[in-house]
Design a protein around this ligand. Structure first.
Ligand SMILES: [Zn+2]
Length: 494
């Protein structure tokens, strides 16, 4: 290996040092850098392009389902935040405050938004007059700040992070539930169909729901190191925010009614989950559905074959571009093919086409899959269809590997020792009947920092909270052995 190639390559191992490995992939694949202030990152163009891929998908689905984008200030007056005391209590230690503007002390502190319910709700209250103004569905793409004193992990743990937050108001509880499930479905879809990351869906235990919410629903993804990532949440806020902020409307009989509200958000943590799920010791691995470059063509020539190889390669690049694929023809003179292979592997380009004099003579193309180096030869004729099929195949490989990992790592356990032992040995999820008492979670949390990350719910997608999935009638809590009528998934989490 040349010195260049060593600088380029990943030196940490995913299985042995997942934390160091992840940090190295993010930096060497040019996704992000660390900012000078602890807890902040700089998102580089390659990283931002991935976020835009998520935005494009979600934003389109939001708009198809009645959501309008808007933008509210990043500063929230303290008095606004205090109108919903639950939010303040939930976020108090994590709020960053502005106390001075220019040379002057501010009369009222301004919070840097940790989330925007308390600035959006008062305006909704103003804008909503009658039942004809409902439902109102607003979304904003923005960043929020939560001053957590934890180690920085790009896209997972940063004080400022990018997300979208949706805020809606409805005339009935049922419509609010439909909203909650619609967004949760869209989050699951973006994870599964765009990022190739299978998820579990359900709700958070009551003691862990969003401050002020009636119910917090979530999608959870399992990482290869056995920890769960909360990838998005969709909250049914009941009428608590509407009451605190006077979101009322005149119904058809001109009677005043209080609205039901929801809020829902997906952050760039979903991106971190995707990077961690698929990438390997060679670097970044991306599903073709989100890769900014889906196909790279690496021509391999000698002086006497260069013109023919380049001509042939350009023709293929043009065909693929016309068909709508994003293609890069890497015809750099100063780099040899081996260097190019390594670089595109590091950057996660899903499919590589290798074209040398033999391919030109035989009117063929060699295709190499990024995730597992599987190599096939396809005819020049029909290369567009072949590339299409191979990209689909690469997506399937990634999704299937993650789905297998998820399926193999949901285990049942029926005593505290078994729960602790199973998570300690294998990681993953432990599914167990639960009495509903937070104290039983604490027993597990204190020992190995695993908690209840999700509770499965039936009849999701309807206009109600859905029925919790129940254990057998005679089931007892996996921790305290008292009668249990709920099911809990314990896991360590990010
Ligand atoms: Zn219990």
């Amino acid at each position: 290996m040349s010195e260049d190639a060593q600088d380029l390559g990943i030196t940490e191992s995913k299985s042995h040092k997942p934390g160091e490995w992840y940090a190295e992939v993010v930096q060497k694949a040019d996704l992000a850098d660390y900012a000078p202030m602890g807890g902040f990152i700089v998102t580089k163009p390659r990283g931002y392009a991935l976020w835009e891929g998520i935005q494009d998908a979600l934003d389109g689905w939001f708009k198809e389902t009645g959501v309008d984008n808007a933008y509210f200030p990043m500063f929230i007056p303290e008095s606004f935040l205090e109108r919903e005391k639950d939010i303040v209590e939930g976020f108090d230690p994590e709020v960053a405050w502005v106390t001075q503007g220019g040379h002057d002390e501010l009369e009222e502190r301004l919070a840097v938004r940790p989330t925007s319910e308390s600035i959006i709700a008062p305006f909704m209250a103003d804008w909503i007059r009658s039942h004809r103004d409902l439902p109102m569905r607003l979304n904003q793409w923005c960043s929020v700040v939560r001053w957590e004193a934890t180690e920085t992990k790009p896209f997972f743990r940063t004080k400022e992070f990018l997300w979208q937050e949706g805020h809606t108001a409805h005339a009935t509880d049922g419509e609010a539930w439909e909203e909650v499930w619609t967004r949760l479905d869209q989050y699951a879809r973006v994870l599964e169909e765009v990022l190739a990351v299978p998820v579990l869906r359900g709700k958070k235990p009551d003691h862990d729901k969003f401050p002020g919410a009636e119910t917090t629903t979530c999608v959870e993804a399992l990482m290869p190191d056995g920890k769960s990532v909360q990838s998005a949440t969709s909250h049914h806020l009941g009428q608590s925010f509407a009451e605190a902020f006077d979101i009322t409307f005149a119904d058809e009989d001109e009677d005043e009614q209080t609205a039901f509200t929801t809020s829902w958000g997906l952050s760039w943590r979903a991106l971190g989950a995707m990077i961690m799920t698929h990438s390997d010791d060679q670097g970044l691995v991306l599903p073709p559905t989100i890769a900014p470059t889906q196909v790279v063509i690496v021509p391999i020539w000698q002086a006497d074959t260069k013109d023919d190889v380049l001509d042939y390669s350009e023709g293929i690049a043009a065909d693929l571009e016309t068909a709508g694929f994003s293609v890069e023809l890497d015809d750099r003179d100063e780099r040899n093919p081996g260097f190019k292979f390594n670089e595109h592997e590091l950057n996660g380009v899903p499919l590589r086409l290798e074209i040398g004099p033999n391919e030109v003579d035989d009117e063929e193309v060699t295709l190499v899959h990024r995730p597992d180096s599987e190599q096939t030869v396809a005819d020049r004729d029909g290369i567009v269809d072949a590339v299409d099929a191979h990209l689909d195949g690469i997506f399937e490989k990634l999704y299937d590997a993650a789905a297998t990992n998820l399926a193999e790592n949901v285990r049942e356990a029926h005593s505290p020792e078994e729960i602790l032992g199973t998570i300690g040995r294998h990681g993953g999820y432990v599914k167990t009947p639960w009495c509903g008492d937070e104290a039983c979670e604490t027993v597990i949390k204190d020992e190995i920092a695993a908690e209840i990350v999700m509770q499965p719910v039936d009849e999701q997608g309807g206009d109600s909270a859905g029925e919790p999935v129940r254990p057998d009638a005679d089931a007892t809590c996996g921790v305290c052995d008292e009668p249990a009528d709920e099911i809990a998934y314990f896991a360590k989490s990010y």
